[in-house]
Design a protein around this ligand. Structure first.
Ligand SMILES: [Zn+2]
Length: 52
């Protein structure tokens, strides 16, 4: 399973979000040097099917 995701901040820097995790979803969280906070939520296909 992927534990880190790299995204590009609005300021142009690339930042790495690290997996935090949760009961029903996996959340990636990170902060850029410019102070902007990023979070990304990913649901697995299995969980998505279960919730529908
Ligand atoms: Zn930034």
């Amino acid at each position: 399973m992927q534990t880190k995701v790299t995204i590009k901040c609005l300021c142009g820097r690339e930042i790495t979000l690290e997996l935090v995790g949760g009961q029903y979803q996996d959340t990636y969280y990170g902060e850029c040097d410019c102070g902007r906070k990023w979070s990304l939520e990913e649901q697995s296909e299995l969980l998505a099917e279960t919730l529908e």
